[in-house]
Ligand binder design. Structure first.
Ligand SMILES: O=C(O)C1=C[C@@H](OP(=O)(O)O)[C@@H](O)[C@H](O)C1
Ligand SMILES: C=C(OP(=O)(O)O)C(=O)O
Length: 693
């Protein structure tokens, strides 16, 4: 995941390949709750691992549910069977509607004292219609802040005191999650007897009690009536489908009346698999439709998905995508170009429809998305957010209480924009698609980590299939002990870019040569070059990993230094390493540290820094380093060594150490590391098309 303050996506030209997407948020959180309410063990495969599921898992664990995760990511959940192990808890539910709403209903019925909170935006997302329905029933829920919104305090009631004889009325026109919450939780009451016992309002149940506390097992039908036009209907289908998997068959009359039959009881299906997220798939379906290339294959979800957002493929086809599908896969490629404008009632695909709003920029006329009032009460006011950010790209956008109309952007009309993401994962994800603009302008996504809500590795997944004509690179060259390694690592970290420590490549080549039983004589040159070309090397958090093995320590030895120097003199090895070094230039960008990065390896780099410090300062730094490791030396001898090495490096015939003519000189003799980092980042901003972020 990118935890940087911003992520710059360079202009992208094409895309091809296969992506495997993470599990569906809507299925994951429903399955977790149902598994917790049921008796017995449920093994969940392919569960989504993201902020929204983590808050649900933490809440269930706080309620006493036992959850074990195995190495392959499979989860074993021991259901509570309606038996509250912890009748008192304070739960933090982030910004997960699929946790806040269903847990409110379940906990109101389970009997206990619970506080439910979320992030500030969650406290602006409505829940009043659900609380009204629960209150009507006899549940006791108080608002701890603004009436109609979380945070909430839930008090215990006995199931036998609930008013279940008349239909429970719930409004369906603000969020379908209120109805989902009731459907998921009310089977808890379907076993409850008619209220023959005096109500035991207000008292906590004894630890481990099974509701209704001591009442005879009986049952009754529970009827829910939806008031107003139900929105986001396909999400109710997911709910009904998963309830059925857990043994509860809800009868429904249209979208108005839902009946949970008397005696309904959650029964764990044993094993359950979570499909990949169809809303997450929308970005890759759009990618296939927009990008030139052989197309995108999406694995984990197919056209027969139980998720309503899969209908996004109909809209994408209407706009010109070629979509093929099979069991658990989709294949999408570009068919019509420009895309065809669309006018669509998007009420059934509220989340995926945001992706259409960005696709609309590439269309042959204005596109209109209608009946999307619910966008205003999601992670942010999504109609406002989309309109603002699309306009920053240069687009003309009209919007109203429940619609948005986007005019396409002509070539030459696109502007490089810093996209504000409003802590909304979908804003971050869908705007990445603007990087395919014909004007070749980059897109800056602010606070990209908000994708953690449902798709923590979204950008990594995008970069694994997208192509950029020019991946940005920053070169930091300089003499020994100038501190370029530390500077390079830090600049790369702050930009979310890859990092190349080119000096280490020669050391690793030497190490691999030794391990293969070779020596640096000309007889082995070709074989060493072959090894160098395919070094399975990763730089990760200051470590050097060779095929996953941390070899950082092996590379620091004197012998490794000698081997590095010998292999670097073999011309075939230098050629092989040239290709290897260039292969590090991958999306979203690279910061490369070395001696010939700007002069030989990446002569077209947008920013070249030549870092130096006086010999006296460098000798002093090296001296402190060695002394701290218990190695005794003198500053004078170190300085003499450094000066001799500088002379050798700058006078060698192959790739001598010298600043590239277009390099910016940075003398850090009197600078802290932070000051050098800030300077390089400031230079980087100067060569970017964005206003400062
Ligand atoms: O039940 C669900 O899993 C969801 C229902 C939808 O919300 P609304 O019913 O509020 O539109 C959707 O936007 C949300 O991401 C997930
Ligand atoms: C609206 C969304 O989330 P939530 O489940 O929090 O409602 C969403 O994921 O787009």
């Amino acid at each position: 995941m990118f935890s940087t303050p911003f992520l710059d996506i360079p202009a992208l030209s094409g895309a091809a390949g296969t992506v495997r997407l993470p599990g569906s948020k809507s299925i994951s959180n429903r399955v977790l709750l149902l598994a917790a309410l049921a008796s017995g063990t449920t093994t969940v495969h392919d569960l989504l691992d993201s902020d929204d599921t983590r808050v649900m898992l933490d809440a269930l664990a706080a309620l006493g549910c036992s959850i074990e995760r195995s190495d392959d990511g499979t989860l074993r959940i021991e259901g509570l069977g309606g038996r509250l192990r912890t009748p008192r808890a304070s739960l933090f539910l982030g910004n997960a509607g699929t946790a806040m709403r269903p847990l409110t209903a379940a906990l109101a019925l389970l009997g206990g004292e619970f506080e439910l909170r979320g992030v500030p935006r969650m406290h602006e997302r409505p829940i009043g219609d659900l609380v009204d329905a629960l209150t009507q029933l006899g549940c006791r829920v108080d608002y701890l802040g603004n009436p109609g919104y979380p945070p909430l305090q839930i008090h215990p009631v006995a199931l036998d005191s609930l008013q279940l004889d008349t239909p429970i009325r719930v409004r369906g026109d603000v969020s379908s999650q209120f109805l989902t919450a009731l459907l998921l939780a009310l089977p808890l009451a379907a076993r409850a007897p008619a209220p023959t016992l005096p109500a035991s309002r207000g008292s906590l149940p004894p630890e481990g009690a099974v509701p209704p506390w001591g009442g005879p097992a009986a049952g009754r039908d529970i009827v829910i009536d939806v008031v107003g036009e139900l929105i986001s209907k396909p999400y109710i289908e997911i709910t009904l489908n998963l309830l059925a998997r857990f043994g509860i068959t809800v009868q429904r009359e249209g979208w108005q009346r839902f009946t949970i039959p008397a005696g309904s009881q959650y029964r764990s299906p044993g094993d359950i698999h979570v499909e990949a997220d169809a809303s997450s798939a929308s970005y890759f379906i759009a990618l296939g439709a927009i990008a030139e290339g052989s197309g995108i294959r999406i694995e984990g979800v197919g056209a027969d998905s139980i998720q309503g957002d899969i209908r996004f493929i109909d809209a994408a086809r209407q706009m010109g995508a070629a979509v093929d599908s099979g069991p658990n896969w989709l294949a999408v490629s570009r068919a019509a170009w420009p895309l065809k404008a669309i006018d669509i009632d998007a009420n059934h695909i509220p989340d995926a429809a945001m992706t259409l709003a960005v696709m609309a920029l590439y269309a042959d006329g204005p596109s209109t998305l209608r009946n999307i009032a619910s966008w205003r009460v999601k992670e942010t006011d999504r109609i406002d957010a989309m309109a603002n950010e699309l306009r920053k790209l240069g687009a003309t956008v009209e919007d109203g209480p429940d619609f948005i109309r986007i005019h396409p952007l002509p070539a030459t009309g696109w502007r490089a924009a810093s996209i504000k993401t409003y802590d909304d994962h979908r804003v971050a994800m869908c705007f990445s698609l603007a990087a395919f603009n014909p004007d070749g302008v980059a897109v800056r996504i602010l606070e990209p980590h908000c994708v953690a809500k449902t798709f923590p590795d979204y950008f990594e997944t995008l970069f694994s299939v997208a192509h950029a004509p020019e991946v940005p690179v920053i070169c930091i060259d300089g003499p020994t002990a100038s501190g370029k390694g530390t500077l390079t690592v830090e600049v790369a970290r702050r930009l979310g870019y890859h990092y190349l420590d080119s000096g280490t490549l020669y050391r690793v080549t030497g190490l691999v040569m030794r391990r293969a039983g070779l020596d640096a004589g000309p007889a082995h040159e070709t074989r060493i070059a072959d090894l160098a070309r395919a070094l399975p090397l990763v730089f990760s958090e200051g470590k050097v990993l060779l095929e996953g093995e941390d070899v950082s320590e092996d590379l620091r030895t004197e012998a490794a230094g000698m081997d590095a120097s010998r292999v670097s003199a073999l011309p075939a090895v230098r050629v092989a390493l040239l290709a290897l070094q260039r292969s590090f230039r991958r999306l979203p960008g690279l910061v490369a540290d070395g001696r010939d990065m700007g002069t030989v390896i990446f002569p077209d780099a947008e920013l070249k820094v030549y870092l130096t410090a006086s010999a006296a300062h460098r000798a002093e730094r090296r001296y402190k380093q060695l002394i701290s490791k218990g190695i005794s030396t003198t500053i004078d001898s170190l300085r003499a060594d450094l000066e001799a090495r500088d002379l050798r490096d700058s006078s060698r015939s192959v790739a001598p150490l010298k600043p590239a003519p277009d390099a910016r000189l940075l003398d850090n003799s009197h600078q802290t590391i932070e000051q050098s980092v800030v300077q390089v980042l400031a230079w980087w901003q100067e060569v970017q098309p964005f206003e400062s972020s």
